[in-house]
Design a protein around this ligand. Sequence first.
Ligand code: THU
Length: 142
Amino acid sequence: MPANLPTPICRKLEKAARTAAKASYSPYSKFRVGAAVLTGSGRIYSGTNVENASYGLCNCAERTAIFTAIAAGERTVKAVAVYTPTKLATSPCGACRQVINEFGPTALVISVCNSASRSETTLDRLLPAAFGPKDLKRRKKS
Ligand code: THU
């Protein structure tokens, strides 16, 4: 998977993440997060955080976007953009990093926020030595 994408595609992904945050269901944290994923087919899927009165069941924006893409039949993630309503760009949480790894172990991860602060990195830098599908492959007998 390419770590570098054309700038217009990155901008489109970032815009989709910002737009997705508007639908956030976050009455407890009041932290409206949006995410968008670019998949192997070239399509963009977005999602937002969905909270629950049973706090542990809150779902992050990144995972909502990825699960939506997978439910639509996609199987690979090339890039993820996340928007947080902050002054500094923030990175996906650990659980979301693990879920991104499943479908895009070298995906580009872009973070944008309410200022010019931004970050662009890759999933393997955010989650080095990740446990993933490759670790469950049947091993040859030695
Ligand atoms: N949240 C996300 O949606 N993505 C992140 O990367 C970090 C946190 C959500 C979860 C919860 O609804 C709220 O932000 C506060 O943690």
